[in-house]
Design a protein around this ligand. Structure first.
Ligand code: ZN
Length: 122
């Protein structure tokens, strides 16, 4: 194997090991580093490798920190999840109200705080 082939092989292996720990997507331009939510070990410096979709679901509490931690552990063991199966499961859980959408985590109460600030200054 030439040096060039060896470098290419190393890059491919590196790429195969970089992906969304929840759904397995390995399109590098779609991957993000999601900050751990409060209460997670190592918070606030800890991040998880998630795709944009899974990042949003995590930020809306559709996916819990416990699930992300379990996925991270599974990914480290070499498990590669099935994205379609994960998405159908989450959709079914939302339909059956086994999961909730909490946009407040991502957006907080910023507008209310701004309102309180404005009232103070009037
Ligand atoms: Zn994902």
């Amino acid at each position: 194997m030439s040096d060039h082939q060896s470098i290419m092989t190393d890059k491919l292996i590196e790429r195969r090991n970089d992906g969304c720990i929840l759904c397995g997507l390995q399109v590098l331009s779609c991957l993000t580093n999601a900050h751990a939510h409060e209460g997670a070990e190592g918070h606030p410096d800890r991040t998880f490798r998630l795709c944009w979709s899974c990042h949003r679901m995590y930020d809306h509490d559709i996916i819990s920190t416990e699930e992300v931690l379990a996925a991270e552990e599974a990914w480290a063991r070499g498990a590669r999840p099935d994205a379609a199966q994960l998405h159908r499961q989450i959709e079914n859980d939302l339909i059956n109200q086994r999961r909730i959408v909490n946009k407040a985590r991502q957006y907080g109460d910023g507008p209310q705080k701004a309102g309180r600030t404005r009232r103070k200054t009037i």
